[in-house]
Each structure stands twice: as C-alpha cells, then as structure tokens.
Design a protein around this ligand. Structure first.
Ligand code: G3I
Length: 369
C-alpha cells in the first residue's frame, strides 16, 4: 500500500539535525507568536505536524514555522495504526521517532494521535478474528505507549467513537475494536493507557459536534451520553477533544455550542480543541474577501469558546494553507483548479494572514487559565 510518509525521508532521517533558519520577516516582533500569546494566558497552543513535509522543498521553512509559532505538535499521520502497521509483520516507528526527535529538539510538547480509531484500520487488520483484533488492540496500546513512555503530554487514546450512520447502539462507530469488546473497548483502552502513562493527559477525541444542524445535535447528545456512561464506569479520561473542523458550508449557534462545552466541563473534563481549521469552499472566491470571512469565523468561534476556562489546549490542523489536508484533497479532486483552499492562519509562503490576527486577538481577549 502507498505509504504516506516518504521512505526516502525516513531513511535519510535528517530531521533531528535539520538547521532551523531565522523566522521570515512576516513574523513580527520575536515574542509575538500565537504560541507565546497563548502561553501567557495558560493555554497550550499547537498544530498538527506531518514529518514528511520536512523532506519537501519547503522543509526548513516548515520546520522553522513550527519551532517559532507553536508549543505543541500533534502527529497528523505518524502514530496512526495504518501508518505504524502497514502489514502484519511491520511496525514502522521511524516516522514517529523523527517527529518525537524534532519536537524534543525544539522543546515542543507532543500530542499523540491516535491509539484506537475504528476508522483507520489497515486491510490486513480488518481480516482478523474478533479475538485477534481484541488482542491486537491491547498489544498496540502497550507497544506504542511502551516505546514513547513519558514523551507525550497528551494522547488521543480513542478517536471518533461516534458515527450515527453505522446504526450501532449508542450511535457508536462500527469497527474491529467495537466488535472485539463492545462499548467496553473505550474504557478498556483508557485503563490500559493509564497503566503505562500515569501523567500524560488521556483524551477522547470527537468530530462534528460544532454545527447547528441535525448532525451536530446528534453528535453532541451522543457524546454527552457516552461521557456520562464512561464517567460512571470510572474510565480514566482527563480531557475531551473537540476537533472543530469549521466550514463555510455550515451554520453555527455559538451559545448552543458553548453550553455543550460547559456541560462537558461540569462532568469534570478539560476540553482540548484538537483540529481547528476552516474549509472556505463556500466563501467568496476573491482572496481578500475570502480571507476576511475565514478570519471572521475564527474570531466568532474562538471569541465564544475560549471564554470557557476549561478549554486548556488549542491545536490547528496544520498551520499553513498549502500543507492542509483540505489543500491536498482539493489538489486530488480538482487538479487543474487555480484557487486552492485557504483554511489556516498562514499562507503558502508561510506569511501571516488575517486569520492570524483574528486568532491572536481572540487569545489576547480570553480570560487566563
Ligand atoms: O503521502 C501520500 C502520497 O505519497 C500519495 O500519493 C497519496 C495518495 O493518496 O497519499 C498520501 O498520503 C495521504 C496522507 O493523508 C498525506 O497527505 C493519505 O493517502 C491520506 O489517507 C492521509 O489523510 C489523512 C487522514 O487523516 C487519514 O489518516 C490526512 O492527512 C489527515 O489530515 C487526516 O486527519 C484526520 C484526523 O486524523 C482525524 N480527524 C479528521 C482529520 C481530517 O480528515
């Protein structure tokens, strides 16, 4: 199967020694970064990072942007089951090793993404028996946490447990882990993770809770119900991750969403915003107007959500438009298009956009943690 992380780059293994050049002139005063502004308020600010991007022509500038702008990295691909275990006989640790080495060299925290996800399962894994899949879930958690013990500040232990379209009890996502252990796969994964990671924040991460529509309402209700069942069972969950892939195609009722976030907080969990970006596909094509609309959505959304002190961590899904999954998806779907998505605070030259200013203003305005 095609491997998302370049083999050549892995073998070269050069990232640990990659020189990180001075920030581009658009960076502004040295202390003025989203990471520094957030740290001053007690909020951890990060972005997803894909180690293979450092092998590209923009590799050094990409590394420099992260080293300067954020305090935490989420592994976008490197720790996923499909990447770590492309076949039954391989454990491909090299890309994740490179990511940890980079983070440690730059003194950035790591959010490990993700240990158990019913939607990211290699083909060979899908052919396992129920018993084998259960055994493999436990072994995978033990192997990965054993290798990186004490080196990640947080782990997305279970990703996207809800999928109403799978028509399972509790609106749970179908897949080998649910088949192996029933709903208990979730509490089991957290209990096992806790034995190996007594200090890291253990996170249950979920998508699609933000929108003001039937899907959003179903996800919010199903997630709250699941969290209550897990709390009753004493599952050692520290934080709930809300992905927050915002979109120009959806409506948001921010008072309703913040009430939902407050409800999670009253259950005793911290909240991590884990995958923030903005799909701009339905905003005006004119770039100045489009960037302004993206910035406005970030301002409105973060103005509301960061007012909640239980929100302790904010992660963007990549930092620059041209390394976003939305950019790569668009490139694959519309190879000849001239206008590409602009979902993030930095553009393709890694210069700040209006979204950067909107995000910085929202962080400056929020109450300290
Ligand atoms: O690098 C290869 C390239 O060599 C190959 O030609 C191409 C052909 O498909 O694939 C490239 O790899 C892709 C990789 O992204 C890098 O772009 C994989 O196919 C593709 O599956 C992978 O998608 C990732 C997706 O999760 C699945 O793992 C996205 O980058 C990543 O942003 C996305 O992240 C998810 C979160 O984990 C969970 N929440 C939703 C979020 C967005 O979908």
């Amino acid at each position: 199967m095609p491997h998302p992380v370049s083999r050549r780059g892995v073998l070269a293994g050069g990232l640990a020694t990659l020189a990180v050049p001075a920030p581009p002139s658009s960076a502004g005063p040295a202390g003025e970064t989203l990471g520094a502004l957030a740290t001053a308020k007690g909020l951890t600010l990060g972005a997803s990072f894909a180690v293979h991007e450092t092998d590209g022509p923009h590799g050094e500038r990409y590394a420099a942007l992260y080293a300067r702008e954020v305090r935490s990295l989420t592994s976008e691909l490197e720790l996923k089951l499909s990447v770590l275990r492309p076949d039954p006989d391989t454990i491909a640790f090299a890309p994740a090793d490179r990511l940890f080495a980079f983070a440690e060299r730059q003194r950035l925290a790591v959010r490990g993404h993700t240990l158990v996800w019913n939607d990211d399962v290699p083909e060979w894994f899908k052919a396992l028996s129920r018993r084998e899949a259960g055994y493999m879930m436990d072994a995978h958690i033990e192997t990965v946490l054993g290798r990186y013990q004490g080196r990640a500040a947080a782990w997305d232990v279970v990703n996207e447990p809800i999928a109403p379209w799978d028509n399972q009890p509790g609106n749970l996502r179908a897949g080998p882990f649910l088949t192996a252990y029933g709903e208990d796969y979730i509490a089991r994964a957290f209990r096992l993770a806790r034995t190996l990671e007594p200090r890291a924040k253990l996170v249950l991460n979920e998508a699609f809770t933000e929108t003001d529509d039937a899907r959003g309402a179903t996800f919010r209700a199903s997630l709250l119900a699941l969290l209550r069942r897990l709390a009753d069972r004493g599952a050692p969950i520290d934080a709930v991750g809300l992905q927050c892939h915002l979109s120009s195609r959806h409506r948001y009722d921010l008072p309703r969403f913040t009430a939902f976030v407050e409800e999670i907080a009253t259950l005793g969990y911290d909240i991590h915003l884990t995958e923030l970006d903005c799909d701009d596909g339905a905003f005006p094509r004119d770039i100045a107007r489009r960037d302004a609309a993206v910035a406005r959505l970030y301002a409105d959304f973060l103005g509301a959500v960061l007012s909640i002190r239980a929100v302790t961590s904010l992660t963007f899904w990549q930092l620059a438009d041209t390394t976003s999954w939305l950019y790569y998806r668009d490139l694959a779907e519309r190879p000849r298009a001239a206008d590409r998505p602009r979902p993030l605070p930095f553009d393709g030259t890694f210069a700040r956009k209006p979204a950067w200013t909107a995000i910085a203003d929202a962080i400056r305005a929020m109450p300290p943690r």
